[in-house]
Design a protein around this ligand. Structure first.
Ligand code: NGS
Length: 284
């Protein structure tokens, strides 16, 4: 086969392929929820490149993954998250970048629209582009290295087994928390809806989109898809979410990437992450 031929032809200057699944002796990893200073975390990982980007030095990565984090008012979680995620992703030999997308202003939080912004903006910051997008709440920390940060053939719901929910799936169709989609999958469903202001439903909306175009949701088994959740106040639910959800399968091609409007206020390449501050308010 072609693969074998190219393996034979590979010379010393070419790197071997990175692993696709972590070797058997890797598995559970500890988390440290202690609040830390970002400066201190920066000193731990000098190998991370500006903007929170990393390319495995000793192998050719199989996955180019953008980690997209919708963000506002969670400064205390950021350093804890980065301290956990950088070593985790380096261990998995993934080529990645971490993008924190912050909502400017005081409107209700719009998690889904911020993730659309993260998708578009992260793509501009990578030569050749990212192939895989992992949409990630900042309060979730993966507990097992076998939970690969990559995109399989079907969209993957990654945070199936969360400590706060006693490691049980809250409901079968849940797609919130941490989810992985390829460039093709995400564009085919027109990204997320831009219309969910306030808590809840935007992840279910994505589930309906994916289902409508014929995808099914992949998951690792519950012993692998384990996460620890950081503590925070619960936000107020969006009363319009069920009304919006009832329309999703009819209107999703007219609400999403195709209708996304925002202004970038500032993009900052920090050592451990790229910060994208965006105004996503609807024009008045
Ligand atoms: C559902 C929400 C989802 C949410 C999930 C878990 O009820 O957006 O709970 O939330 N759907 C609707 O409200 C329609 S959690 O318990 O993790 O805060 O992701």
């Amino acid at each position: 086969s072609t693969t074998e031929n190219s393996d034979i032809k590979r010379n010393e200057t070419e790197l071997p392929m990175c692993f696709d699944e972590v070797p058997g002796d890797f598995g559970p990893v500890p988390v440290n929820k202690t609040e830390v200073e970002l400066d201190w975390v920066e000193k731990l990982y000098p190998e991370i490149q500006l903007g929170g980007m990393y390319t495995p030095p000793n192998c050719t990565a199989r996955h180019k993954v953008a980690i997209i984090i919708p963000f506002r008012d969670r400064q205390q979680h950021l350093a804890v998250f980065l301290r956990h995620m950088h070593p985790f992703l380096m261990m998995q030999q993934v080529e990645y970048g971490i993008f924190v997308v912050e909502q400017a202003g005081n409107s209700e939080f719009n998690r889904a629209k911020l993730m659309n912004v993260g998708f578009v903006e992260s793509q501009k910051l990578k030569a050749g582009g990212w192939q895989c997008f992992i949409f990630h709440d900042i309060d979730l920390l993966p507990l097992d290295l076998r939970n690969m940060y990559s995109c399989p053939r079907q969209p993957r719901h990654m945070s199936a087994s969360i400590d706060k929910f006693h490691f049980k799936l809250p409901y079968e169709d849940i797609f919130g928390g941490v989810s992985a989609m390829t460039l093709e999958q995400f564009t085919k469903v027109n990204g997320f809806s831009n219309k969910y202001w306030g808590w809840g439903g935007e992840d279910d909306d994505m589930f309906y989109r994916l289902k409508k175009v014929g995808y099914h949701i992949a998951r690792y088994k519950m012993s692998i898809a384990r996460y620890a959740m950081l503590d925070h106040k619960k936000s107020t639910a969006n009363p319009k979410r069920y009304q919006l959800l009832s329309q999703t399968s009819k209107v999703f091609q007219k609400d999403g990437l195709s209708t996304l409007q925002y202004q970038v206020v500032k993009v900052t390449l920090n050592h451990l992450y790229t910060h994208i501050l965006a105004n996503i308010d609807e024009p008045s």
